[in-house]
Design a protein around this ligand. Structure first.
Ligand code: ADP
Ligand code: MG
Length: 422
């Protein structure tokens, strides 16, 4: 069977979208491949189709549970039974049952956390892997806007799995991030398939207002007027909740919040309702949307400015996947750059927090109450695992933090410049 026959037979599509064919050819030749294709192009097909033509199993590392569930459901609906997702959503017993019969599956979706568990990795090693896929691969780079320390182990894990042919997929990655991906995955040579991230059907506009009150007015007015469904992005969970309240009072009852502070189950429910058009408007933080496959989103509105142009493009890329006209509006008011700057600083531990953390490692019994955000905790746990670090190591970590802050500051400045020039 050739790839065109497979496209018809398994997916019922008439033709490939730009980029898909190139990626699939490269993968089928056994080349390690780095593919950058716009959101909504159909990156999943780039590993699903080869999966049918290759002997063995496709292992897909995916950063989010909702994303995995979505893919698995889609494949099952298309009649594929040999597909499974392994993540923290499974009970221990369910997970064990699946792991015991892992060789039965053709497509295995797995979270990086799960894959890092030695017992789980042992089961995966027994499977003959035809293709190792890293979805949303920008998560591997500390320069990526969604950096996930768990992704850093994938190079080592890949080796332990017998260094199978690998495919890294992303929608937005700077050259720097792409280099990082290849290096961290320890890929000897890669075929790069880079396709433009232009989305001509999305118009982008900036609306300028004088202050916060005006911004709220503008949002209410726009949301009433715009064709739905749509997403409104916020940088603050609190503001996000407040605006849901206001919009409901305006009579927009099919509005709901989605943010990292909500229970996983609640978030999945909201996402499903949105997917099935039971909700018109989602007020969300950046926790919402990665990989979500809803084609008819008509507007993406940014109440706050994102932390980088890459995240902005990723977020507005969720609009208009069906190719129909869509709009991305960013609301800008004087001084808006302060919020992302402050948020960025809260993402990483201060000198003081690092010192207290190290003290606590030294003397676990006398532990000091140290308040940390999730991202600060992740950073510290990653760079300072249990063992007591030397002074030099602590200095190094502070340096890493400073570099990261500088880099993010540059990204915010770029975003700000883009807003001012639009
Ligand atoms: P991405 O991961 O690039 O954001 P997905 O893999 O989730 O995109 O695919 C987006 C949508 O495009 C899916 O509904 C998928 O079925 C559809 N799709 C993929 N390839 C094709 C194709 N060649 N022709 C038509 N539709 C396609
Ligand atoms: Mg995807």
């Amino acid at each position: 069977m050739n790839i065109y026959e497979a496209l018809q037979k398994y997916f019922h599509f008439q033709s490939f979208r730009p980029g898909q064919e190139e990626v699939i050819h490269s993968v089928l030749k056994g080349k390690h491949t780095m593919a950058m294709l716009p959101t909504g192009t159909g990156k999943s097909l780039c590993y699903q189709l080869p999966g049918y033509l290759l002997q063995g199993t496709v292992l897909i590392v995916s950063p989010l549970i909702s994303l995995m569930q979505d893919q698995v459901e889609q494949m099952r609906m298309m009649g594929e039974k040999k597909v499974v997702a392994i993540n923290s959503f499974l009970s221990a017993n369910e997970r064990y049952q699946i792991l015991k019969s892992l060789h039965q599956y053709k497509f295995i979706y797995i979270s990086p956390e799960m894959l890092s568990i030695p017992a789980v990795l042992e089961y995966c090693k027994k499977v003959s892997i035809s293709l190792f896929v890293i979805d949303e691969a920008h998560c591997i780079s500390q320069w990526g806007y969604d950096f996930r320390p768990d992704y850093l182990r994938l190079g080592e894990i890949r080796k332990q799995l017998g260094a199978p042919t690998s495919l890294a997929l992303t929608a937005t990655a700077t050259e720097e991030v792409r280099k990082d991906i290849v290096q961290l995955l320890e890929l000897p040579a890669v075929e790069e398939c880079i396709f433009s991230v232009d989305r001509p059907n999305i118009s982008m506009v900036v609306h300028r207002v004088q202050n916060y009150e005006e911004k709220i007015k503008e949002m209410r007015w726009l949301v009433k007027k715009l064709e739905k469904p749509g997403i409104i992005y916020f940088s603050s969970k609190k503001v996000c909740e407040e605006m849901v309240h206001i919009l409901k009072e305006d009579g927009l009852l099919n509005t709901a919040a989605y943010h990292g502070g909500m229970e996983q189950e609640q978030r999945m429910l909201i996402q499903q309702q949105f997917l099935f058009d039971e909700l018109d408007i989602i007020c969300a933080t950046s926790a919402f949307g990665m990989g979500i496959n809803k084609t008819n989103i008509r507007f993406v509105l940014h109440f706050h400015m994102p932390q980088s142009l890459e995240s902005y493009l990723q977020e507005i890329g969720r609009a208009g996947r069906d190719g129909s006209k869509s709009i991305a509006i960013l609301l800008d008011s004087p001084g808006d750059i302060q919020l992302p700057t402050q948020l960025m600083e809260n993402e990483l531990p201060s000198d003081y927090q690092i010192d207290i953390y190290v003290d606590n490692l030294n003397q676990p019994s006398a532990s000091n109450g140290l308040e940390l955000t999730d991202t600060q905790k992740r950073f510290l746990e990653f760079y300072l695992p249990s063992k007591v670090p030397t002074r030099q190591q602590v200095e190094q970590i502070k340096q890493i933090r400073d570099e990261r802050l500088q880099y993010k500051q540059v990204k915010i400045a770029q975003m700000d410049k883009w807003i001012k020039s639009n």
